[in-house]
Design a protein around this ligand. Structure first.
Ligand code: ZN
Length: 362
């Protein structure tokens, strides 16, 4: 593929004569370049990086050697300020009059004057712009975003955090998402409860309605990529909100499914993590063995509204990091969010417990 370098969206360039430099970057992340690059004005060179010119065309236009252009782009790339190609977004179905049939649009950017496509692209671009500055990104965050469409997530539990997570993950591009609330047929949580309200999608008007239907509604009304709901069989990640049942933990470990543990011991405290990679990192039982049993609870409580939204946001950002970059803040680590010290989560590190046996079982 021919490379046509383009400065990333949202990059600002500021020439500072007194300091003999050109500053490039975002509001709070900047980098300094010399005023001249191999004898050509840096600012003029930056102005040519708009995705229209190849390396050789840039060399011809500026009179520089190709190697000088390449080193300039490579310098920008090392700071994640430049894109090297444009990834098309295939999405939405449209009637193609030439072929006389409905087909999926293979490249949203190429469709003009279609309100539905413009609206979809606007949302997609905001999410892409948030992913574009992650290390190594070279296509405006699009590959990262498109990968989220196939990243499969199952959320276990119910309540404020689950409701908010379903909304924010769907809006962030995760389409393959399902929620399991494994309770008895008479359990009150099969319906929406007063404790579900946190200022998000669920309101007083939903009281008593079937939870499964409302959770599906949250997903359908928020999805970035509108796709029919499918059964998730091999999740890339399970998010367990509240104390998981022993059966569930055993199954996740046996099936080698990565799972994030979220513990809610009171309305004012939530612990996110650890993220368990079965056999390779500390598991639910390792954590239990390390902690005093007198403080462990079987019951999952509901958290206050502000904390629920904070926690859902923190989890969603980590799911994005896991899907986009294969990293997580919760590998062998927990963050305890509390109302009392809300600005600084307390961090715990875990190791596999010698009495657990998950290391050799895995
Ligand atoms: Zn273990």
């Amino acid at each position: 593929m021919t490379i046509r370098p383009a400065l990333k969206s949202g990059i600002t360039i500021h020439r500072n004569e007194s300091r003999n430099e050109v500053r490039i970057g975002s509001r709070w992340r900047q980098y300094s370049l010399p005023l001249q690059w191999c004898g050509v004005g840096t600012q003029a060179l930056l102005g040519l990086l708009d995705g229209k010119f190849t390396f050789s065309e840039l060399a011809t236009t500026t009179g520089l050697e190709s190697s000088a252009i390449e080193s300039f782009v490579s310098e920008l790339r090392s700071h994640d300020f430049v894109d090297l190609h444009r990834t098309p977004v295939a999405y939405l179905r449209r009637y193609n009059p030439e072929l006389g049939r409905i087909e999926e649009v293979s490249d949203l950017d190429q469709v003009a004057s279609d309100v539905a496509i413009e609206t979809a692209l606007k949302r997609i671009e905001i999410e892409c712009d948030a992913a574009t500055f992650t290390p190594g990104d070279i296509d405006g965050g699009r590959t990262s975003l498109l990968n989220r469409r196939s990243f499969q997530i199952v959320i276990f539990g119910h309540g404020k955090i689950v409701n908010a997570l379903v909304g924010v993950l769907s809006a962030s591009g995760f389409s393959k998402l399902s929620v399991i609330n494994r309770v008895g047929t008479k359990d009150s949580s099969l319906k929406i409860l007063e404790s579900d309200i946190a200022g998000g999608y669920v309101t007083r008007s939903h009281f008593g309605q079937t939870r499964r239907i409302i959770v599906d509604e949250i997903r359908n009304h928020s999805l970035l990529f509108v796709e029919p709901k499918t059964q998730v069989h091999n999740p890339d990640l399970i998010i367990s909100i509240g104390t998981p049942s022993p059966d569930s933990v055993q199954r996740w470990m046996a099936e080698n499914t990565r799972h994030l543990l979220v513990d809610i011991p009171s309305s004012a405290e939530v612990r996110i993590g650890p993220l368990v990679t079965p056999g390779k990192s500390p598991c639910f039982r390792c954590v239990q063995l390390c902690e005093e049993t007198g403080w462990q609870r079987e019951q999952t409580l509901e958290t206050n509204s502000a904390l629920a939204l904070t926690v859902a946001g923190a989890i969603a950002l980590d799911v994005i990091a896991l899907s986009d970059r294969k990293i997580s803040a919760y590998h062998s680590t927990s963050h305890i969010h509390t109302v009392r010290d809300y600005t600084a989560p307390q961090i715990q590190h875990w190791s596999q417990h010698h009495a657990c046996g998950c290391a050799w079982e895995g």
